[in-house]
Write a protein that binds this ligand. Structure first.
Ligand SMILES: [Zn+2]
Length: 278
């Protein structure tokens, strides 16, 4: 059984708007029949807050605005299936802060015209951007467009950096929108998950910076980062260790894992140290 289908046997607690075209079609009807016979993971039976998707005891709703933020930009989060089953997910927090129609989450590795007609149409819309850094990307901050006058959609890939890279390269649809990157993004505040470089932000942080630029409203960033700060501070108080980025650890000589034997991996780590595009 593939990684993606095993993660989907877990009863989803997400209140995020997951497009049903995704889960129904990835495995096909036969795949679903198998899944219904699998036992539900016991850990998922903890009472969970339906709004923030956190266990009720550590509900983050007090840090989420009472009313969804008013934004004209529509976010499409394309989420790697492995992200869905992670304990610490930032996308449900993001979705809880935004109006339902402005934050759509689609789960999968591969997206096509046939299976994902809405997403395909969005990718072909000239008012759609994809947030993915690289030499072909334009700095979002430098774009001379009034995003508040012309509503845009933004695709954000949710996954580890290698999953995101794989999804970007293997989905032709994702190369249709204008590619943008964040130039002025602060160092990640998401300290409990190792980031490959200091500039590598969680999906929630990326969305927060993107929306504050496009909506010309710095307050959006503050509102969206509030639940993330609360999540990190709670986890740290309860024994999670601060994860510095690999870049920080390598530069300060604190990276204690044995160096990989694989030459390609070593090269990639060296590139991380010198801030080259990896
Ligand atoms: Zn909650």
């Amino acid at each position: 059984m593939s990684e993606s289908s095993s993660s989907r046997c877990v009863v989803s607690e997400a209140s995020t708007e997951v497009s049903n075209e995704v889960s129904a079609q990835e495995d096909g009807p036969e795949g679903f029949a198998d899944l219904s016979e699998l036992p539900v993971e016991v850990s998922e039976r903890r009472p969970t807050c339906l709004r923030c998707c956190r266990p009720e005891k550590v509900c983050l709703c007090p840090f989420i605005p009472a009313e969804p933020l008013e934004v004209s930009t529509c976010l499409y989060i394309v989420q790697h299936p492995a992200e869905e089953s992670r304990v610490l997910r930032t996308v449900p927090l993001l979705a809880a802060c935004l109006p339902k129609g402005k934050c759509k989450v689609l789960i999968g590795r591969r997206f096509s015209d046939e299976r994902h007609a809405e997403l395909a149409a969005v990718c072909r819309d000239p008012h759609t951007l994809i947030l993915y850094p690289g030499t072909d990307a334009v700095n979002l901050e430098d774009m001379n467009v009034d995003f508040t006058a012309i509503p845009h959609s933004v695709l954000i890939i949710d996954g580890t950096w290698s999953q995101a890279k794989d999804m970007f390269l293997r989905n032709a649809l994702f190369r249709l929108p204008k590619q943008v990157q964040l130039n002025s993004a602060p160092s990640s505040q998401y300290v409990i998950r190792t980031q490959p470089t200091n500039m590598c932000l969680s999906t929630l942080e990326c969305a927060a910076v993107t929306l504050s630029i496009m909506e010309k409203n710095q307050a959006i960033q503050e509102v969206l980062l509030k639940p993330l700060r609360a999540l990190c501070s709670f986890q740290l108080q309860h024994g999670a260790q601060v994860h510095h980025s690999k870049e920080h650890l390598l530069k300060s000589g604190l990276y204690d894992k044995p160096l990989p034997k694989n030459k390609r991996k070593i090269k990639r780590m060296q590139k991380l140290i010198t801030n080259q595009d990896v």
